[in-house]
Ligand binder design. Structure first.
Ligand SMILES: [Zn+2]
Length: 346
């Protein structure tokens, strides 16, 4: 069969309206691209140590989305206590310890960098409503509270949720989240989108939570440097990181979900975000005074040139269009503003 060429937009399900969302639209065993609906090709296999089996990786030659074609869907088994304690699929992350030791963990560089970066995009003030979508053990939410955003809340599912309630972290249930549709200035999704099998549905859900003009700030690995060998990319842990993006892929996904994507590039927060990533990958859990001797602005800039962390887009919800003023409405408004003077002699 000849190559189908670039997929037509009409082939993609419309995810820009939450009510158009249909769980049945995505078949997790389909080999069609989950972003542009085009044909994909086999891109090798990757062994999952936790699952004890190989996973099929597929890649879209049209939009360069890559994904695990036969994902492990037993989320209760993947995202259990071991996962959040760094004993599961991702041994480099112990969310429970990070939230318990916020001043010692290297994660605080990431939290600080996210706040700086979003602030640099011109959207953070004391009254900013911020949702951390997929908040893990709630470390970023606690950090934002500490730095003057008392209304920051998280959303999380799975094992972590009861622990968040126990520790008094502001976290919304599914029901509460639905009630807050259209109320957030900022939604952050930090290392979240790579975990989901249907990224368009998840992005549409995030979009519905934002106000007109609101900002989605997300981080995820940049697959572009690994285009030729994505199955062997270290970031692609096949039990948990099932959807990986190049920056243009993510922009297409954002646009399809109803956002206006843009590429702010390397801003003021990235030094800290990258500093965290490098310390984490060096298996460092806590920071020490001698870390300050590292010239982080230079090191982070070089790392960013190599791996393109900051190349991903952000998504903005289009501002609400001004209400068109019809002649009838304008006349009615004018009459209300200045009632007609009674005619003389009446
Ligand atoms: Zn595609």
């Amino acid at each position: 069969m000849p190559s189908a060429g670039p997929p037509k937009r009409a082939q993609r399900p419309d995810r820009s309206q939450p009510e158009a969302e249909d769980e049945a639209l995505l078949d997790p065993t389909s080999t069609k691209c989950r972003i542009c609906a085009g044909d994909t090709r086999a891109a090798g296999t990757r062994h999952g140590a936790l699952a004890g089996r190989d996973f099929q990786i597929r890649q879209c030659p049209s939009c360069w989305f890559s994904f695990v074609a036969d994902p492990w869907l037993d989320y209760g088994a993947i995202y259990d206590e071991d996962y959040y304690r760094g004993r599961g699929a991702d041994p480099l992350t112990d969310y429970v310890d990070e939230a318990a030791n916020p001043h010692r963990t290297v994660r605080r560089f990431e939290w600080r960098g996210i706040l700086k970066q979003v602030h640099g995009l011109g959207i953070v003030g004391a009254s900013t409503t911020w949702l951390d979508y997929g908040c893990g053990a709630g470390g970023l939410v606690q950090f934002l509270h500490q730095y003057g955003l008392p209304s920051a809340v998280g959303f999380e599912q799975s094992w972590s949720l009861d622990r968040l309630h126990e520790r008094g972290v502001s976290v919304l249930s599914e029901e509460e989240l639905a009630e807050r549709a259209g109320t957030f200035d900022v939604v952050s999704a930090i290392e979240v989108i790579e975990h989901v099998v249907d990224p368009l549905a998840e992005l549409a859900r995030m979009r519905a939570l934002l106000k007109p003009g609101g900002l989605l700030f997300l981080t995820t690995g940049n697959a572009k440097p690994y285009r030729g060998d994505v199955a062997n990319w270290r970031y692609l842990i096949p039990e948990i990181h099932v959807s990986v993006f190049e920056p243009e892929t993510l922009a297409l996904a954002l646009e399809t979900a109803g956002f206006e994507p843009s590429f702010p590039g390397y801003g003021p927060g990235w030094v800290d975000i990258i500093r965290f990533k490098m310390l984490k990958n060096a298996r460092r859990r806590y920071s020490y005074p001698f870390d300050e001797l590292v010239p982080w602005p230079l090191v982070a800039r070089l790392a960013d040139k190599r791996w393109g962390f900051s190349a991903h887009p952000v998504g903005r919800v289009p501002a609400a269009p001004a209400e068109p003023v019809t002649a009838t409405a304008a006349v009615a408004a004018a009459e209300e503003a200045s009632p007609a003077e009674p005619a003389p002699g009446e």
